[in-house]
Design a protein around this ligand. Structure first.
Ligand code: F6R
Length: 591
């Protein structure tokens, strides 16, 4: 989590550039922000709790500076706890992404040695540790050594950057948390995500774990943290454009990205088949395949386990990233782990992949961000090609993952043509839901449930993961408590919560689940629920019918769209920002 951007180069009013970069990264964390620039002898800091300001803070022109958006882990959301943090001498400023697991002990040692702390964060120990470790030495080599020493003292997954106002360099190092380097005629850049650099550089170097970057005005040098050996930079073209990252006339990224879903699937069926064939081959060769992901990616993975079962007659295991390590014991060097992640940075998924690698398993990734940590760790990657997803809620990456898994299942089954056909039908099905008439209907449904506290969502079979994902979309953006569950589980407890007027969304595709799911709907209706049926055909049990196309096994791709739209409308009606719900961040790089 947390967004980072830094610059060393020509003197200029850096405040505006840093704030603009932070705005692009705000989706990574948005409870506070801060920037610092190095001046003659002093470091000027502007930082505050709350969303990033529209106007750049007044900071003097400078040739070195960096900025940070925070997602709080240690210490409340306050001005003091916002980054950057400065050491006692005022020479070093530090920004950090991650969690320093042993920070309490380090903080105590520093307090005992007389350091004064301003914040409650784990991050502030870094400023004081660097101060101690570098001492009076001012040359770049000594500061590099100091950074290596401090990095060696940390436990946990961390990336940090030090601004040294004497040598006027930035020093960066990372373990799992991502950092990317770039440069142009005016200077050198560092960021936690290439999105922040899209306007400035053409090529980027993705830092590997344990690499230390020393960033000066005209050059960037790279070292191995343990040996101190100098390393080569591996520049790769930055393929994102500013066009991909703008709103393009939409009021919010959420609705922009929902509307892009037909194109995302079109790209998979036209240009994206070859990598999916490779994935199907890996699954065929493996002695056991395990799908893993977190949040929305976990529901795409769960959908995949159903799709492989019904289409390819293949048992594919599934677990969420954070639980994987408790179930990894049977993995061998013939196992395949397919890790799903929009960002490619989710710590729970990265940790699962690391554990699987230790057991010799092969790793395939379904990932949207090329060059991300997961992409680089995987033996084989299928890129979603969905374009940058900037709304904190995942929408288009979800349908891309499900579409790829559906296609892979068909390829495995020898029925690629049928798989492509379903995806084309799904494109049409989503487009119909995006029409003005369908959108008005969803707005109307939203107006009927906007004041409710709870909403229940049921599905069976393929529609069970859709129910879970739909509940997540609605709750995280509207803060209405939405709970998704398997239709058959209704009578095992949840039905106790149904009351007069409780909205209940029922996924009822024209498949083998229809009769049973409609019975479940009837049981809820008898207890006062208002039944919202998402189905190609109306039924007497539905109080409200949301018509969707009949796309067979493509139903998880199409049927989630009404829930995405419903969540969006509910957020607008409740005056909430659909792109940045409270307490969330786009890249969850802490465990
Ligand atoms: C929900 C959402 C999250 C992410 C989860 C995993 O809308 O966005 O649940 O799906 O944090 O993120 P990725 O896919 O980047 O690994």
């Amino acid at each position: 989590m947390c967004g980072i951007i830094g610059f060393v180069g020509n003197e200029q009013p850096l405040g505006g550039m840093l704030i603009e970069g932070l705005r692009r990264l705000e989706y990574r964390g948005y409870d506070s922000w801060g920037v610092a620039v190095g001046q003659n002898g002093t470091i000027e800091v502007a930082k505050r709790a709350g969303r990033i300001v529209k106007e750049a803070p007044t900071l003097p022109s400078a040739s070195i500076g960096f900025g940070h958006t925070r997602w709080a882990t240690h210490g409340g959301v306050t001005d003091q706890n916002a980054h950057p943090h400065v050491d006692c001498s005022g020479r070093f400023a530090v920004i950090h992404n991650g969690i320093i697991e042993n920070f309490r002990k380090l903080r105590q040692q520093l307090l005992d040695a007389g350091h004064e702390f301003i914040s409650e964060t784990d991050s502030e120990v870094l400023a004081h540790l660097i101060e101690d470790s570098v001492g009076d030495r001012t040359d770049v080599t000594s500061v590099t050594e100091g950074v290596r020493t401090v990095f060696g003292m940390l436990r946990g997954l961390n990336a940090f950057i030090v601004l040294d106002n004497h040598s006027r360099h930035l020093f960066a190092v990372k373990n799992v948390s991502p950092l990317v380097l770039g440069h142009n005629d005016t200077g050198s850049y560092i960021a936690s995500d290439s999105l922040a650099l899209v306007e400035h550089v053409d090529d980027v170097h993705y830092m590997e774990d344990g690499q230390v970057a020393v960033i000066g005005p005209g050059e960037i040098r790279l070292y191995n943290h343990e040996s101190g050996d100098q390393l080569n930079l591996d520049w790769k073209p930055l393929t994102i454009t500013t066009g991909d990252t703008s709103l393009n006339g939409y009021p919010h990224f959420m609705i922009k990205e929902i509307s892009e879903q037909p194109d995302v699937i079109r790209r998979i069926v036209t240009d994206g088949i070859e990598p999916v064939r490779g994935l199907a081959e890996l699954i065929r060769e493996s002695y056991g395949t395990f799908l893993v992901g977190s949040g929305t990616s976990s529901y795409a993975a769960l959908s995949g386990s159903y799709l492989f079962s019904r289409i390819a007659r293949r048992h594919v295991n599934f677990n969420v990233g954070s639980e994987f390590k408790y179930q990894e014991h049977f993995l061998t060097d013939r196992s395949l782990v397919v890790a799903l992640s929009q960002s490619g940075e989710t710590a729970d998924v990265i940790e699962a992949v690391m554990a699987a690698k230790e057991r010799g398993a092969k790793i395939a990734a379904l990932v949207n961000v090329p060059g991300s940590t997961l992409d680089r760790m995987a033996d084989y990657s299928v890129h979603l090609n969905a374009g940058p997803e900037q709304c904190v809620l995942s929408t288009k990456a979800y349908v891309a993952k499900v579409a790829i898994l559906l296609l892979a299942a068909h390829i495995l089954n020898g029925s690629e043509h049928a798989g492509r056909e379903i995806l084309w039908q799904s494109v049409d099905g989503i487009e119909r839901l995006l029409s003005p008439i369908a959108s008005d209907h969803i707005r109307n449904v939203a107006s009927q449930i906007v004041d409710r506290d709870h909403c229940f969502i049921i599905g069976r079979g393929l529609s069970y993961p859709t129910a879970l994902e739909s509940a997540l979309k609605i709750k995280e953006v509207s803060y209405i408590h939405a709970e998704g569950f398997a239709g058959g589980e209704l009578k095992h407890g949840v039905i106790a919560l149904i009351d007069t007027g409780t909205p209940a969304i029922v996924f009822s595709p024209l498949d083998e689940t229809r009769d049973d799911i409609l019975s479940g709907a009837m049981e809820m209706k008898s207890r006062g629920a208002v039944i919202i049926g998402v189905s190609p055909e109306d039924d007497e049990v539905f109080d409200i019918h949301v018509p969707v196309a009949d796309v067979g096994d493509g139903s998880p791709i199409v049927n989630v769209v009404p829930a995405q739209l419903l969540g969006y409308q509910l957020a607008l009606m409740r005056n909430l920002d659909p792109d940045k719900p409270r307490n969330l961040a786009k890249s969850v790089t802490v465990k």
